[in-house]
Ligand binder design. Structure first.
Ligand SMILES: *Cc1c(COP(=O)(O)O)cnc(C)c1O
Length: 406
């Protein structure tokens, strides 16, 4: 199959994405508005601090937070936010991170909120302190974490409380923020994949979060290498100081005051722990354009489109011998998702064999594989066109027909 694509020129197989906004297969379909804006951004030079200041104003406007910043992903935003909570505006601590000898560096978080992404917190120098249990899985009626457990864990070494938001996972964010604030520490929220709905842009701040990280390359459909950090102006100032390329002579150091007030620093900060998380002007402008388009989008219509596509795929796959489907709504993903159960004997292949065979095709077909060892796979409508959705069904059918060996 030849499609004349840049990937073909490189000899790299393309992917039909039925797995949703997964970074490892290219994230989301970037909006045309973002691509066009990136092209225009490439035509001139601009001072990144000026651009970040403008982004801060725009992010503040749409989130209701005091300020904002564009990072190279939600994970990058978490590194920067953590660095800000640890260092504040102390240039000495900024210069020493991720070495945190002698400074409060603990991040308190519920054990059930731990994910692979908390490496981002540790990258900035934080030590994670777990609270709570996994008792909710025992069916005893006990909750995983009680507010008092946060209070108990917060002490003089605490830099922040972290909260990874999933609508099905407690405790309520507002309660967590109350406890943290009672003890004078900020709350960092990982809300990477929680857009749409648009209302979530401000919801976390309304609950009391001090910093909120969103992925720019998921529901917003901006460049893959962008993320938004929205939050308190003093923390964003620290983020800017630790992220911007600060190499400058003090006599000519003149950052935009509304982002970073040079008078509050005794001198020019050193290149910070965030400097390796660079964001280019093109990506930054692309994200802002994508954010505008995201705000203009009719999300009811988008949801209806996702639902139609999911229902159509579910109906088609239900008709395949050995497959049965249900549609899961909104808990784990912002989009309705088709959950497919594979009866291996009747289907002629296990879910794992099928998923692996699909990934080895050209183009590669990626379906959601979280439940593959339990005999299920998933189809997300988010990153498919209608034609691609039909193609996925056809390839599932073809692989099972091959396997049943007739
Ligand atoms: C996707 C995701 C991230 C990382 O987002 P990037 O924008 O790819 O850096 C972090 N946390 C959670 C919960 C996510 O789903």
């Amino acid at each position: 199959m030849t499609d004349g694509s840049v990937y073909e020129e490189l000899g790299v197989p393309t992917v039909v994405n039925a797995a949703g906004t997964k970074t490892r297969i290219g994230g989301s379909r970037i909006r045309p508005e973002a691509r066009a804006a990136m092209d225009r951004a490439a035509e001139q030079f601009v001072r990144l601090s000026d651009l970040q200041a403008a982004a801060s104003d725009r992010i503040a406007e749409v989130t209701g937070a005091e300020a904002g910043y564009v990072a190279n992903g939600a994970a990058g935003a978490l590194v920067l936010g953590t660095a800000a909570c640890i260092a504040g505006t102390d240039p000495g601590t900024m210069a020493r991170l991720p070495d945190t000898d002698g400074v409060a560096d603990e991040i308190v978080m519920a054990r059930t909120h731990r994910t692979g992404y908390d490496h981002a917190l540790r990258t900035a120098g934080a030590t994670i302190v777990d609270v709570g249990t996994n008792d909710a899985t025992l069916g005893t009626g006990a909750r995983n974490v009680e507010p008092w457990e946060y209070a108990d864990a917060i002490g003089e070494d605490t830099a922040a409380v972290a909260h990874v938001y999933k609508s099905y996972e407690g405790p309520p964010l507002a309660e967590v923020c109350d406890v943290a604030h009672d003890h004078g520490v900020p709350v960092i929220v990982d809300a990477a994949a929680e857009l749409p709905p648009k209302s979530n842009l401000s919801w976390f701040t309304e609950q009391g979060a001090d910093l909120v990280a969103f992925s720019g390359g998921k529901g917003i459909r901006g460049p893959q290498t962008t993320g938004i950090l929205a939050g308190r102006a003093d923390l964003i100032e620290s983020v800017a100081a630790q992220h911007l390329d600060t190499h400058a002579t003090a006599s000519v150091w003149d950052p935009p005051g509304r982002l970073l007030d040079a008078d509050r620093f005794d001198g020019v900060p050193r290149q910070g722990v965030g400097r390796p998380l660079k964001v280019g002007k093109e990506e930054l402008v692309g994200l802002l354009a994508a954010l505008d388009a995201f705000l203009d989008e009719d999300h009811e219509a988008t949801l209806a489109e996702w639902r139609d596509r999911a229902e159509s795929v579910a109906g088609d796959l239900d008709a395949v011998d050995g497959l049965s489907t249900t549609i899961e709504d909104g808990a784990k993903s912002v989009a309705p998702t088709v959950a497919v159960t594979v009866a291996a004997e009747r289907a002629g292949a296990s879910a794992a064999d099928l998923v692996l065979a699909l990934r080895r095709e050209e183009p590669r077909v990626f379906v959601g594989a979280d439940g593959v060892d339990d005999g299920t796979f998933a189809v997300s409508p988010m990153c498919l066109t209608d034609d691609e959705a039909e193609y996925v069904v056809e390839r599932v059918r073809a692989n099972l027909a091959d396997e049943s060996g007739d």
